[in-house]
Design a protein around this ligand. Structure first.
Ligand code: HEC
Ligand code: HEC
Length: 242
């Protein structure tokens, strides 16, 4: 917005914003913007200014997962999505957006974003909810069983021990694991990253979907590969020494 004001200068804007140029140079004019940031309710603006940088234009994915993924939207309900937007995910790049959590968006704006993500990007029947793994784990994971599941479902692409292969990147390296939450891993294992060619839980081994427990166990195994970093406390569940 500042750039706009400077490029356009008062002369160019004066016709559009009749009273907008009264302030002296360098001081914001009270009504120099059409809407104050907190009044913006258009999803396109809210999304592109706050989310697209990481989740991609039109939700198509970037450094962070695609939100325009009907499989993701079948697994994660609005309460889950809203909570993540409001509070962020500690220890990852996902920032909190709610004013109550130090962010810049009002509750009403977060409601618009949450609702529109589903309206625009979900698809009825994208998955059979009865057979899909649940968003949150239902039981404790077992890293040893997870290692076996890794060998069966993941190694063909991500290589031995998660060190990377021809068809998938390294996923057990410190730099990756340090910045992703356990839920973030679970989400990717269930929903894949279709925008990057990563299969969802049904497609790792065609015709043999992962079970709920296998998903939970493989995440436990990945989490167990995290290296302890004294400067960065992890959740208690990751606190085992290896
Ligand atoms: C600076 C980068 C960044 C920005 C900006 C950002 N996100 Fe995220 N987001 C992430 C990362 C990284 C994760 C994965 C965190 C983890 O490991 O759990 C994430 C996770 C999420 C999730 C949860 C995915 C899951 O596993 O259920 C949702 C929903 C989400 N973001 C929505 C948004 C929305 C909506 C916006 C804009 C209001 C936004 N994000 C802005 C980086 C970002
Ligand atoms: C058919 C090949 C294939 C299989 C099988 C597969 N993946 Fe992937 N996976 C990919 C591709 C392609 C990507 C996206 C690009 C990349 O990171 O390599 C990806 C991305 C990921 C990511 C995100 C990496 C990042 O940097 O954001 C994780 C985590 C992951 N996969 C875990 C798994 C796990 C766990 C399994 C087994 C349950 C698995 N994958 C099975 C191909 C595969």
């Amino acid at each position: 917005m500042n750039a706009f004001r400077h490029i356009g200068g008062c002369a160019a804007l004066v016709a559009m914003l009749a009273a907008g140029c009264a302030a002296p140079h360098g001081q914001p004019a009270l009504d120099s913007e059409v809407l104050a940031p907190k009044q913006v309710m258009a999803f396109d603006v809210l999304y592109s200014e706050n989310c697209a940088g990481c989740h991609g234009t039109d939700g198509r994915g970037g450094a962070a997962i695609a939100l325009a993924n009907p499989v993701y939207l079948s697994i994660a309900d609005d309460a889950v999505i809203r909570k993540v937007i409001a509070n962020g995910v500690k220890g990852t790049a996902m920032p909190p957006f709610a004013e109550s959590a130090g962010g810049m968006l009002t509750d009403a704006q977060i409601d618009v974003i949450t609702k529109e993500i589903r309206t625009r990007w979900s698809k009825q029947g994208a998955v059979d909810a009865a057979t899909a793994p649940s968003y949150a784990p239902k039981s404790a994971g077992d890293a040893r069983r997870g290692e076996v599941a890794y060998g069966a479902y993941c190694e063909s692409c991500h290589g031995p021990g998660g060190s990377g292969g021809k068809k998938g990147s390294a996923i057990t390296n410190d730099s990756f694991l340090a910045l992703v939450s356990d839920q973030g891993l679970r989400t990717i294992v269930i929903t894949g990253r279709p925008e990057l060619g990563a299969p969802d839980w049904r497609g790792d081994v065609p015709g043999k979907p992962m079970s709920e427990q296998e998903v939970t166990d493989v995440v436990a195994w990945l989490a167990s590969q995290r290296v302890q970093d004294p400067g960065k406390p992890y959740a208690a569940s990751n606190n085992t020494q290896h």
